[in-house]
Design a protein around this ligand. Structure first.
Ligand code: SAM
Length: 286
């Protein structure tokens, strides 16, 4: 998510500079750090029944996405790794040397190293991946692809740097037309209507298939309810005043209410065809 106490970066700034300005402020704000339990996750999480707090919801979301993988082996790229909390979660299953995280924020990358020691972290734009073809067994991208310039470019790049048979796991927000016009990268470049259109986008980027679940209620809606409750209790405790409460909960609501779908996606790159067999599965005629 990208709402903040919201200074609102200048409209003329490059999209990546605006995104860094917003997140580098929001992610290091004491109030919101406390909301995420000082875990350094910054996403909606997945609010399964009985989930107690935002950090647990974020861990649930990681498990939901990783459950799409038939096995948690080989190498994995954490694209738009934030402050490295998603990367740290990967260390439950992967050795540090198997994990690479990328982000466009130098500030956040400095925090990543402390959160996930031994992993490789690189300053890199997810829409312009500098890796060789077929580098990773799997790629993860939690709540960030809607920022990329463009999402479609990222999907094509992700397909290229995946090994045959590899999967791209995403949680991704689909916004209203109005929001797509005003948020970076703007100009409707990342507007996608629904899950069916998202599947087509994955397939046109090269993926053989995409499993997609719409978890708007479990992720975005329950996040909003919980976050607004937290802001109200922070106001009652005197941590913020009533003006701040009104402003922050209003902006948070506006942001979340403009999300029409919150998708959990596993897009699979086709396995390499057996020797002598074409990608369509037929043997070439002699
Ligand atoms: C909502 S945060 C999610 C962070 C992390 N994945 C998590 O779930 O805790 C979005 C992240 O996307 C990063 N980001 C935005 N645009 C990016 C780009 N083009 N390439 C790489 N990272 C990007 C931001 O810096 C921010 O860390």
């Amino acid at each position: 998510m990208d709402d903040t106490r919201l200074s609102g970066a200048p409209a003329a700034a490059a999209p990546s500079a605006r995104i860094n300005q917003i997140y580098d402020q929001f992610m290091y704000d004491d109030l919101f750090r406390a909301y995420w339990g000082h875990s350094d996750f910054v996403n909606f999480g997945y609010w399964a029944p009985g989930t107690r707090d935002q950090q647990e919801a974020c861990e649930n979301l990681m498990e939901k996405l990783l459950a799409f993988l038939p096995e948690r082996t080989g190498t994995i790229l954490d694209a738009a790794c934030g402050k490295g909390a998603t990367t740290r979660h990967l260390l439950k299953y992967y050795a540090p040397e198997a994990v690479t995280g990328i982000n466009i924020s130098e500030k956040q990358l400095q925090t990543c190293a402390a959160n996930a020691p031994g992993c490789r972290f690189l300053l890199m734009n997810a829409a312009d991946l500098k890796f060789e073809d077929g580098t990773f067994d799997n790629i993860l991208c939690v709540e960030a692809a809607f920022h990329f310039d463009t999402r479609e470019r990222f999907l094509r790049q992700a397909w290229r740097v995946l090994k045959p048979g590899g999967r791209l796991l995403l949680s991704d927000s689909l916004f209203t037309r109005w929001w797509e016009r005003i948020k970076p990268p703007g100009r409707m470049l990342n507007y996608v209507e629904d899950a069916a259109a998202y599947r087509e986008l994955c397939q046109s980027a090269g993926f053989a298939e995409a499993e997609i679940v719409d978890a708007r209620e479990e992720c975005a809606s329950r996040f909003l309810r919980n976050c607004v409750r937290f802001l109200r209790s922070s106001c009652l405790a005197g941590a913020i005043d009533r003006d701040a409460l009104t402003k922050m909960s209003g902006r948070m609501s506006l942001y979340v209410l403009n999300i029409r779908h919150y998708l959990l996606v596993a897009a699979r790159k086709a396995a390499a065809p057996a020797p002598g067999v074409t990608e369509s599965g037929t043997r070439p005629s002699l």
